[in-house]
Design a protein around this ligand. Structure first.
Ligand SMILES: NC(=O)c1ccc[n+]([C@@H]2O[C@H](COP(=O)([O-])OP(=O)(O)OC[C@H]3O[C@@H](n4cnc5c(N)ncnc54)[C@H](O)[C@@H]3O)[C@@H](O)[C@H]2O)c1
Ligand SMILES: [Fe+2]
Length: 382
């Protein structure tokens, strides 16, 4: 067994009603004058008001307009607002967009350089403000990862900042926070969580610990996503999804994700396709190419998800798994082709060039992909 380090948030508080721990955790971390970072969709769903009733002192600042898939200069402007106040801690309430923004804001309060220079690994060495995160989607797993993803509009790319400073002090995963999540977001962020678990499971850096987390996450998400999508009020499905996406976050936060994510990034950066949707559309196509290189692992997944019978060969079982994943995407109305988003196949070359630069993720993939192979995968997605 290789030596490995397991990274997660300082404390995880999970389960229905976990949100009631917020005031105590703020007290423990010495947060009296907080900033709350959220977005319009989350605040208009009533979740912000719910949080405010739990906080003993009024926030010094509420940033309630983080855009989906935020651009780096938007966060730079928010940082200016934050610095005008004597903030002593940050609460993030939202999906990956609000959480990633809060992770960067909490870690750059005293940083003087341009945020653009932080893209990459270990560029941040300290976090200045305590950070509590409350996910409202299930989800990105961002509540337990050392990554923040922002859009770089000049490069037309989604890019990651990777640092231990981005790991929150506390993650409160209360499934009821996801009940107001609209079906399309439930679907896209749910498939994103499924991809996190699957890519972590087949990653070259997978370990027995990340495998156990990924297996449970795959089972929970595969059995509950459609129910959460069809009826957002189904609390048991929401609970499974919240736990599944958290476990998938723990798995990929340590084993990494691979080519599905690498090929999804240019779709987000160039065509503003949401992170979940980009991953969902690329998933079956990347998986077909990866399959021969991680057949044993995919066979395990096929058995785990009960999509094959004892008499099926490994090849047959993997084929059945690929079919079941395509069906899952169809059942939650994820379009099967990039044409649906008015993207033209003429840009395949440029997309492949951009994706091939995401070596941070491509190196985790079970098959090392050439730029020609990446082009071929994009072609399959039309
Ligand atoms: N840091 C990481 O480890 C990591 C991992 C995966 C993705 N990401 C990033 O996360 C972002 C995507 O996050 P996301 O998929 O969670 O979506 P999101 O945060 O962009 O939210 C999407 C939309 O859903 C709405 N919404 C969210 N929760 C809601 C709720 N409970 N009720 C009503 N509306 C709600 C928001 O208002 C927003 O309009 C992308 O930028 C992606 O790159 C980060
Ligand atoms: Fe993702």
């Amino acid at each position: 067994m290789k030596v490995s380090e397991f990274k997660t948030a300082g404390k995880l508080i999970t389960g229905l009603g976990a949100i009631k721990a917020l005031a105590d955790e703020m007290k423990r971390l010495g947060i009296n004058n907080c900033a709350v970072i959220t977005d319009k969709g989350v605040s208009s769903s009533g979740l912000l008001d719910q949080i405010l009733t739990l906080i003993s002192s009024k926030p010094l600042l509420i940033v309630d307009d983080v855009p989906p898939e935020p651009e780096v200069d938007v966060i730079e402007r928010k940082l200016g607002l934050l610095r005008e106040k004597q903030i002593d801690g940050i609460i993030a309430l939202g999906g990956g967009s609000a959480i990633d923004s809060a992770k960067v804001l909490a870690s750059t309060y005293d940083y003087t350089g341009p945020l653009l220079e932080l893209f990459g690994e270990n560029t941040l060495t300290q976090r200045n403000l305590p950070l509590i995160v409350i996910p409202t989607t299930a989800g990105t797993g961002s509540e337990v990862t050392n990554i923040a993803i922002l859009s770089d509009p000049k490069a037309q790319m989604k890019k990651g900042i990777v640092s231990h400073c981005l790991l929150p002090d506390v993650a409160i995963v209360a499934p009821e926070m996801t009940k107001t999540c609209p079906p399309s977001i439930t679907a896209a962020s749910g498939i994103d969580a499924f991809v996190h678990a699957l890519e972590a499971y087949i990653s070259v850096n997978a370990s027995p610990i990340t495998d156990a987390l990924a297996e449970k996450a795959l089972k929970l998400i595969f059995s509950s996503l459609v129910h959460a999508y069809n009826n957002g009020e189904n609390l048991s499905a929401r609970e499974d999804m919240a736990t599944g996406s958290l476990m998938a976050g723990l798995a990929f936060g340590n084993a990494g994700v691979g080519a599905v994510h690498a090929l999804a990034y240019p779709l987000g950066g160039r065509f503003h396709l949401s992170h979940g949707m980009s991953n969902a559309v690329m998933l079956p196509h990347v998986l077909k190419v990866n399959a021969p290189f991680c057949q044993d692992k995919l066979y395990c997944v096929a058995k785990l998800l009960k999509v094959c019978e004892r008499h099926h060969s490994k090849e047959e079982a993997v084929k059945l798994l690929l079919g079941a994943i395509e069906k899952l995407c169809r059942d939650v109305d994820i379009p099967a082709s990039l044409t649906h988003f008015n993207i033209s196949p003429t840009c395949v070359g440029e997309l492949a060039e951009e994706a091939s630069k995401v070596t941070r993720l491509l190196r985790n993939n079970p098959k090392q992909l050439s730029i020609e192979e990446i082009e071929d995968i994009y072609r399959l997605a039309f």
